[in-house]
Design a protein around this ligand. Structure first.
Ligand SMILES: N[C@@H](CCC(=O)N[C@@H](CS)C(=O)NCC(=O)O)C(=O)O
Length: 232
């Protein structure tokens, strides 16, 4: 690893050699945590190797312990390092490629972006449990519980505030880690046909129009594995 300082910014790169970032993910159809770092890497044009390790709940995903300290995906391998947990992975990538601006540049916007990314990471259990991400689900209505409805209302408020404050099209103007954190919610709102306000619908359209989203979606549709527990 070579640290290069240009224009006052430190760039951590290999010079002349291959820069190998490897992301190990779960099934594209179901693995919402895998989608997040995968999307930010793609949207920001960061080259990486990708490995899919198929979820196997019958064995409690024991095989994940071969490469993942937490026995979960996603996991990132780089320069002899293992980084696990979606948000930690994206923070690592953000520091590795500061020129790609994975967080907003402005201190206050960045604090705001981190607040909502962390709120997503540690919360919204009701919508996550009731409405599992399922890229191949034929959309139909599932009524949310009061707790899931609270989650949805809060998410819509977060998005509306951001889109208003930073003028869109993404939550903080340019695509950032915060958009990646909330991206699986876009699938959930659409495939469970949740009634949403117009600004939410517009934002969902912006996300599903991403080239990277379409690539993930196409690959998900080619996967043969079906998990009954995630087929609500
Ligand atoms: N907090 C973790 C959650 C990771 C997670 O739960 N991943 C799921 C796949 S989406 C998993 O590996 N599940 C396997 C298991 O729980 O056995 C993150 O942000 O990466």
């Amino acid at each position: 690893m070579v640290n290069v300082v240009m224009f006052g910014i430190k760039y951590n790169h290999f010079l002349g050699g291959a820069l190998i970032v490897k992301l190990i993910i779960g099934n594209k159809k179901y693995s919402s945590w895998s989608m997040r770092p995968w999307l930010i890497l793609k949207v920001k044009g960061i080259k990486f190797d990708e490995e899919l390790s198929v979820l196997n709940f019958a064995t409690n995903n024991r095989h994940f312990s071969d490469f993942s300290p937490s026995k979960k995906v996603p996991v990132l391998k780089h320069d002899g390092m293992t980084v696990w947990d979606s948000l930690a992975i994206m923070e690592y990538v953000s520091e590795l490629f500061p020129e790609k601006q994975l967080w907003p540049d402005d201190l206050r916007a960045r604090a705001h972006a981190r607040s909502i990314a962390n709120e997503m990471h540690s919360g919204f259990l009701a919508i996550r449990n009731e409405f599992p991400m399922n890229m191949c689900r034929k959309p139909n209505v599932v009524n949310p519980s009061p707790a899931a409805l609270d989650d949805i209302n809060r998410i819509e408020k977060i998005w509306a505030e951001c889109l208003d404050m930073y003028d869109g099209p993404y939550l903080f103007g340019d695509f950032s880690i915060s958009d990646a954190m909330f991206a699986p919610v876009v699938n959930r709102l659409q495939v469970y046909k949740v009634q949403c306000q117009p600004s939410t619908i517009r934002y969902c359209d912006v996300i599903t129009e991403l080239k990277a989203w379409k690539e993930w979606d196409r690959a998900a549709h080619k996967e043969p594995w079906i998990y009954e527990n995630a087929e609500i």
